[in-house]
Design a protein around this ligand. Sequence first.
Ligand SMILES: [Zn+2]
Length: 336
Amino acid sequence: MIKNLLQISRDVASSFELVQGAGGNTSVKCDDGRMWIKASGSLLSDLNEEKGFTVLDYGKIVEHFCGGFVFKANDHDLEDETNAFIHTLANGMSKPSMETSMHAFLGKYVVHTHAIYLNVLLCSKGGEDRTRNVFARKFDGLHWVDYVNPGYNLGIAIADLNLNVRDLNVIFLANHGLIVSGDSLGAVLGLSKEINDIAASDLNLRIEMDDLETVEEDLYFSRNKLFFQFDDAWLKKNLSRSIFPDFVVYCLGKIAFCDSLEELKGSCDKLIFCVKGEGVYYRANRRKAQAMHELLFTQLFVISSVEAFGEVNFLDKNDENYITNMTMEKYRRSRV
Ligand SMILES: [Zn+2]
């Protein structure tokens, strides 16, 4: 089983266009009732035979969700209680992915990605119709989930779909990403990539990412040309809101705008510095800087791509606040 999990995780992790930062997760279910799933806070690319994953009895999660436990969306206490219960199922292994509950209601192989080109459709107003128009003629059995906060809330939403787990299921998550699940590892993986590729060619999109330059210890720099396509007012407006949860986790409220890095260096609590005419600096260790870089440019790319044909659907302020306060998100952020 671990071999299969490693195969799908590495395959997905190798593509920035499918997952950014510590985003995305994968799982494989055994016939004996155990599920192998990515651990919370580890990168998909970190997984190996010894670490980065956890194993648990997923039937217990299904029982928990269906056994009279009262669910209320966006309730931190109920969410913490559910996550604590799921953690106990891991029997001392690493804390499972915050998305473990939704995996329990899906098929043998599950690949959840933050497919960047697909997200252009998913983060636009009227995104459901647009997405169905693009994909309905290509695949059967498409499901759409309106935006819900990740983790426990997404678990409830996926449980409510009442899917037949033997089917190949494709689920579009508004302002979030894609889930593909089914009995065939090849089909699940292939479809995850194909759907993103179709969105890219349908909308004629392509992002060019750059490698971070090291300025000094815990300070990294990007001169990505996308940054120079926008004026200050556009950047400030579009980086003060979020279009998907991971931007809230890694970037929201941590960005400063200045004319020179010296203006802010050392004197402020921000971690990301957009310096006019120069580029973007990240004050963090390499791993976290890389995650912030990927999420910042994903947001810029997705918003500018949506603006080419429609209107951006930003997250609600209440949802941004909810995510900021999620215990699990704090844990995940501390690990990367
Ligand atoms: Zn996700």
